[in-house]
Design a protein around this ligand. Sequence first.
Ligand code: S3P
Length: 164
Amino acid sequence: MARPAIVLIGFMGAGKTTGARMFASALGTRVVDSDKRIEKRLGCSIAEYFAREGEAAFRRVEEEVAGTLLERADGGVIALGGGTVGSERVRRALERHTVVLLQVSRATAWKRAKRSDRPLARDRRAFDRLFAERETLYESVADVLLPEVDRQKLKPAVPVIARA
Ligand code: S3P
């Protein structure tokens, strides 16, 4: 039987890509980033595709690519795009994996995400609304919650096991 993967989820700017690389290197295993897979499939950037085809079309591709990736995964570390858990197929596929939620404050998420070319990080209000909408969704699928480290206060992150 295929082994579970460690799957990093969380909002834009939570640090999923970086975190996934760190987990993978510590465990000596491979890492897959679902957004990169999607861009490979699309042959263009997510931002370009969003602008040309719209969000609904993007979500269909995202569900297909991430769903297949999670259904076939045998070990390893996977970073998912922030909106991927909105899909029921993806949530079903996540059930056999170990899902780690990288928590991030709204302020940090905005500061990081606005620097990049993310189509859903252009308008602060819409970004904040999305953040609030997604919070419980992320928590509902997570096995482990990893709080954001406050570097200023040097407060260590304490992982919380949400589902034994
Ligand atoms: C999105 C997050 C992005 C990317 C797309 C949509 C979202 O990935 O998939 O722009 O809906 O939250 P990151 O979470 O890696 O930024």
